[in-house]
Design a protein around this ligand. Structure first.
Ligand code: PMV
Length: 354
């Protein structure tokens, strides 16, 4: 098995050459090495689904997303000598740390560190319900863990690292509109995200309509694997991905909102057709999801430029311009099955808080 250092493409990672006692964190916190980071969630306009390498978590198709300022994760990582195992605390509750440990092993491998860590994370939105908590979660974890471990990674390296935790997390490293490249290299070093447009360049809003507060039943990785194996639509999904990306890049370059919205809705419906044609079928929508989609279509028929998109969960995200956001939120808020709405502007990239 190749060492984790190679696996995240860290041949060019620079380890901060300091002894433990010299590390500024150690000076402040004794033996602890700690850092806290914030990352915002993102919503894919052109969706990612399917992996060309499951082990390295390399996507089969590229994707383009919007980073949302309203949905964020704060994560503190503390490497502590003598700790027997990693601890993962989510919103104050200790939860299964398997995925976190697998991710921290990559960081420890690169940094030459063997301390276990306490990871404390809070989301300001429901976890694992299709609001991309894995995106903001692994982006915040990548930034906090690498800083706490004393690694100095550039944005591309951080994006590649975050991708190992969750494909969509690679995009949450950046603000505004972001593209994640599928790349072609077998080591995944050309599969990273980069900014397409900063948040201030095109003020767009997303109205999130929450139709379910509970956790979703099938996680993305499992679902993607099943789609690739069983859906007759999967080859077409992969084949048409590049066209969708090219059209979306053009819509963004031209600031053509209608084009952006049409393409986003198409990518969303194509994704869900793929999911529904998977065996066993992945049906993420509930009655509120459908009602909210129809409400968006009705608003559009009445002349308001608004488009929906939905990830691997039941929540509906309506894309609109800021002048229509409160009207769209009011309309979606009245839909039976919508528990609450949240208006979000474009957010900034992941960053350290301490
Ligand atoms: O990053 P993951 O493994 O949680 O997968 C994300 C999948 C979708 O949210 C459905 C699409 C996307 O591009 O974010």
């Amino acid at each position: 098995m190749s060492p984790p250092v190679r696996a995240i493409g860290t041949s060019s990672l620079t380890k901060v050459e300091r002894t433990r006692s010299e590390h500024p964190v150690n000076q402040a916190f004794g033996e602890d090495r700690t850092a806290t980071a914030r990352a915002h969630s993102n919503i894919a306009l052109i969706k990612y689904w399917g992996k060309r390498d499951a082990e390295l978590n390399i996507p089969a198709v590229g994707s383009i997303s919007l980073t949302l300022d309203g949905l964020s994760t704060d994560t503190r990582v503390t490497f502590r000598a003598g700790l027997q195992q990693d601890e993962f605390w989510l919103a104050g509750n200790r939860v299964d740390a398997t995925r976190v440990t697998r991710f921290l092993d990559l960081v420890r491998g690169s940094a030459g560190l063997d301390s276990r860590a306490v990871v404390e994370s809070t989301n300001n939105f429901p976890t694992a319900a299709g609001l991309a908590s894995s995106a903001s979660g692994f982006a915040a974890l990548a930034v906090a863990a690498s800083a706490a471990a004393g690694l100095s990674l550039d944005d591309r390296q951080l994006s590649i690292l975050a991708r190992r935790g969750s494909g969509s997390a690679a995009r949450s490293l950046f603000g505004g509109l972001v593209e994640l490249h599928a790349g072609t290299r077998s080591d995944g070093l050309d599969s990273f995200a980069e900014p397409v447009l900063p948040p201030e360049a095109w003020p767009l809003n997303v109205v999130v309509a929450i139709t379910e507060l509970g956790q979703k039943s099938v996680n993305s990785t499992v679902g993607m694997g099943e789609s690739a194996l069983t859906s007759p639509f999967y080859p077409a999904w992969v084949e048409t991905g590049e066209n969708d990306l090219a059209a979306m890049r053009l819509a963004i370059a031209n600031r053509n909102f209608e084009q952006l919205g049409q393409l986003a809705e198409h990518s969303c419906l194509k994704l869900h057709a793929l999911m529904m044609s998977t065996r066993p079928a992945l049906v993420y929508w509930n009655a509120g999801t459908m009602a909210a989609m129809h409400s968006v279509l009705e608003l559009r028929a009445s002349g308001i430029p608004v488009y929906f998109t939905i990830d691997a969960g039941p929540q509906v995200k309506a894309l609109c311009l800021p002048e229509h956001a409160s009207g769209v939120a009011d309309a979606l808020g009245r839909v039976v099955g919508v528990h609450e709405t949240k208006v979000s502007a474009l957010g900034s990239g992941a960053h350290l808080l301490s």
